[in-house]
Design a protein around this ligand. Structure first.
Ligand SMILES: Cc1cc2nc3c(=O)[nH]c(=O)nc-3n(C[C@H](O)[C@H](O)[C@H](O)COP(=O)(O)O)c2cc1C
Length: 259
């Protein structure tokens, strides 16, 4: 029996969000281990970055950049922190994270709960950049009256501490956010981000990845890819959680959010 099957029943007695919070607290209390070393055959080169292996930790786990350096010791080749928004925000009312145990899945509607980009910036600016690749996932505040501008603000603030930036227009949990995947809005957004990430001296800044929802229509995918290429997006991240629902058995199957 593996460690996971021993620990899982205990963790599952806790509400999912509490288990996550305790995990982060536990990780913060742990000494940092040296990054895991992978065989060179595992390396992946992308957008001028050399990823030591192809497995990274997706955003949503270390939203506030508290434990990314610990995660390298567990074998992750890169860690993406966030989503961070310009201003701190509490996210949606709880409960907002549901285990679908029988379906071996999760539904969440966290809603970009995060301590804001300044808090993450302070931690990231202290990091040892030789220890691993850190991507910064940026989003817009729910109450912002300039959501497109929020992405430029995020890019400007985080460019110097990020190995790559991810523009996240794919969360199903900020009403209206995914409309930023529409051609016109996306073009304006990416233009702002590409401008903002440049150093005043002319340095190009980190590569920009675009994270998409898996629920786009085929015709929309064409348009999004065209706009992404036109604006110099280095890679697409496919994809965020889905609002679609396959046949599910768990009692939480009807909860709103991303599966
Ligand atoms: C609880 C939870 C919180 C998440 N928060 C974020 C987030 O803040 N930003 C983001 O881009 N994706 C977020 N995600 C999506 C994940 O990064 C990932 O794209 C998604 O879970 C799909 O990958 P999977 O099929 O391996 O789960 C979150 C996912 C979960 C389950």
């Amino acid at each position: 029996m593996g460690l996971y099957s021993l620990v899982r029943p205990a963790v599952f007695t806790l509400d999912g969000e509490r288990a996550h919070r305790l995990t982060i607290a536990g990780l913060k209390a742990m000494p940092r281990r040296a990054p895991h070393s992978a065989p060179t055959a595992m390396q992946v080169e992308l957008a001028g970055l050399r990823f030591p292996n192809p497995v990274g930790l997706a955003p949503g786990f270390d939203k506030d950049a508290e434990v990314f350096d610990r995660m390298f010791g567990f074998g992750f080749g890169h860690v993406e922190i966030g989503t961070v928004t310009p201003l701190p925000q509490p996210g949606n009312p709880k409960p907002r994270l549901f285990r679908l145990t029988e379906d071996r899945g999760v539904i969440n509607r966290m809603g970009f709960n995060n301590a804001g980009q300044q808090a993450a910036l302070v931690r990231l600016s202290r990091r040892d950049r030789t220890k691993g690749i850190v991507g910064v996932n940026i989003g817009a505040n729910k109450d912002s009256d300039d959501r497109i501008g929020d992405y430029a603000r995020g890019a400007a603030a985080m460019a110097k501490v990020a190995d790559y930036l991810t523009v996240n227009v794919s969360s199903p949990n900020t009403p209206g956010l995914r409309a930023l995947q529409d051609e016109g809005a996306l073009a304006a957004l990416l233009e702002g981000v590409m401008d903002a990430k440049r150093e005043p001296g002319g340095e190009r800044g980190p590569p920009v990845f675009l994270k998409l929802a898996p629920d786009l229509e085929p015709a929309d995918i064409d348009a999004v890819v065209r706009v992404a290429i036109m604006h110099g997006v280095a890679a697409l991240i496919i994809g965020n959680t889905t609002i679609s629902r396959p046949d599910l058995r768990s009692k939480h199957a009807g909860e709103a959010g991303g599966l």
